[in-house]
Design a protein around this ligand. Structure first.
Ligand code: GBH
Length: 485
């Protein structure tokens, strides 16, 4: 048997291989069947916010091509599809239920189940109804309670068929980038609002976990984007302090309230001038730390951190479309991200698969009550070239994915409880502030014709999934044939 899975040992039983998208990035149909604007529709309409003036209005037209896209997932052999529901489709304006919007997701779930693909649903991948933003958005505590109304609507429609529920995708981005640097929707540049948004999204998460569980949901969790904070010179106290600040804002202010029921003491102190303690009410942390059944980890790159100005010319942190924006590192605006000289993707993010292994091992060490982990996003943007035979030989993306999967395997061997891996992304799509200029898909989309072509990375991923299954079957046969003692 050929051994082209990167993990020497078998993958754990039931390990889930999947791929991910998000509503605003793929659906299009921005004003159809009752859907109203999300913050991303509104943000993209203001010139200068999204590169080339791109908008999510059509995206990859998944709303109309959903059955064919599910057939593509089946062809690839995916165990699971991670998608998000659009709040602005389910509750346009944020206050009333739209049956037609829910119907789309109901058809999607049926189509997936019919194809033998596990639906992995995320409730919030950054597309707040614009009407709720106009009422204060995530800076307003009331939005957390509106989120529970929305979660209840989705659960009422899909709870009989969907087992896996993720409350939020990367609250870091929808708080600190949306309200701090303003490179993401709604584009506000208000540090105090950004910190309030962090807390109110935490609260919304905890309220929804309790609500979904009381209604019978079996697997409820959250997805965070985590990154190792690597001090440029571990002997330099200025770099060490900068790395501490980064780790606080990137990782620990999200992990600790959920997994430990408290904000880290250093974060509380750092963020005092930005009003963190003013938005925390008695009882909040108890809600926020409601037990979760899994933690989703999105990982793209690590960050080397310095407290000195950067002269390396690295540009992985301009946040989007290359425009000047205030820092999202609230209270730590001076930190810099000097290059380590590693290879970089088209996003200018460093490639270092071993960082993913380190991160997974660290989580298990530092958080004793850590639930099972799923890699809910990992992938890379590269400038693809279509060959004359129509194929897409994206060797760098293919290598990136295989190397990161190997790193996950090594983390498992070192004791990390990782139960699944989802490639970002199934399809090229609307890459937020970068519009359609950056492609992450394992399937190419021609934005003129909407034609889908599986890239070489997609073919390799598909083979890897098939191999790990035949390996399972081999070991099942071996076990069945083993003599009974
Ligand atoms: C994910 O976020 C998203 O979940 C997904 O929707 C997206 O398409 C995908 O990754 C690819 O981008 O210093 O301001 O530049 C990416 C997580 C968080 C990674 C911000 C880069 C740099 C912050 N990103 N981070 S900044």
């Amino acid at each position: 048997m050929t051994n082209n899975t990167p993990k020497g040992n078998n993958w754990p039983d039931g390990f889930i291989w999947g791929s991910a998208t998000a509503a605003a990035q793929v659906e299009g149909a921005a004003a159809e069947d009752g859907k109203e604007d999300s913050v991303w529709d509104a943000f993209a309409h203001t010139p200068g916010n999204v590169l080339n003036g791109d908008t999510p209005a059509i995206a990859v037209d998944h709303y109309h091509r959903m059955p064919a896209d599910v057939a593509l997932m089946k062809e690839l052999g995916l165990d699971s599809y991670r998608f998000s529901t659009s709040w602005a489709r389910v509750r346009p304006g944020g206050r009333t239920t739209n049956a037609k919007g829910l119907d789309f997701y109901s058809r999607l779930v049926d189509e997936l189940l019919e194809a033998g693909i596990l639906p992995w649903l995320t409730l919030y991948h950054w597309d707040l109804p614009q009407a709720l933003e106009e009422a204060g958005g995530w800076a307003n505590r009331d939005t957390a309670y509106r989120f529970v109304d929305y979660a209840n609507d989705v659960y009422a429609a899909l709870g009989d068929r969907v087992q896996h529920w993720t409350t939020f995708n990367e609250p870091f981005c929808s708080s600190l980038l949306g309200y701090g640097s303003g490179v993401h929707a709604p584009g506000r540049q208000e540090p105090r609002a950004a910190i309030a948004a962090v807390h109110h999204q935490h609260l919304a998460h905890g309220l929804a976990v309790n609500e979904l569980r009381s209604r019978g949901a079996q697997h409820v969790g959250i997805t965070l984007n985590l990154s190792n904070s690597i001090p440029r010179d571990p002997a330099d106290p200025v770099d060490l302090e900068a790395a501490r600040l980064f780790d606080s804002l990137q990782n620990r202010i999200f992990l600790d309230p959920i997994l430990r029921g408290a904000y880290p003491a250093d974060s509380l102190r750092d963020l005092e001038p930005f009003g963190l303690s003013e938005v925390i009410r008695p009882g909040d942390l108890e809600i926020i730390s409601a037990p979760i059944d899994f933690l989703g980890v999105n990982h793209y790159h690590d960050d080397q951190i310095s407290g000195h100005p950067d002269t390396s010319g690295a540009d992985g942190h301009s946040g989007g479309s290359g425009r000047k924006a205030p820092s999202c590192w609230i209270g730590a605006e001076h930190i810099s991200f000097p290059s380590r000289g590693l290879p970089r993707t088209a996003m200018d993010w460093e490639v270092n698969p071993d960082g993913l292994r380190k991160l997974l091992v660290r989580l298990g060490k530092e958080y004793p009550s850590l639930p099972p982990l799923y890699i809910t996003e990992n992938g890379a943007a590269y400038d693809d070239v279509v060959a004359s035979d129509g194929s897409v030989p994206d060797i760098e993306r293919k290598q990136f994915i295989l190397d990161h999967i190997a790193a996950v395997g090594q983390a498992i061997d070192a004791g990390a409880d990782v139960r699944g891996y989802f490639v970002w992304s199934l399809l090229d799509n609307f890459e937020w502030s970068w519009g359609y200029e950056r492609r992450f898909g394992i399937v190419r989309v021609d934005y003129e014709t909407q034609l889908r072509t599986i890239k070489d990375s997609g073919l390799a991923y598909s083979r890897l999934i098939a191999d790990s299954r035949s390996r399972d079957a081999d070991s099942d046969r071996a076990n069945a044939a083993a003599p009974v003692a």
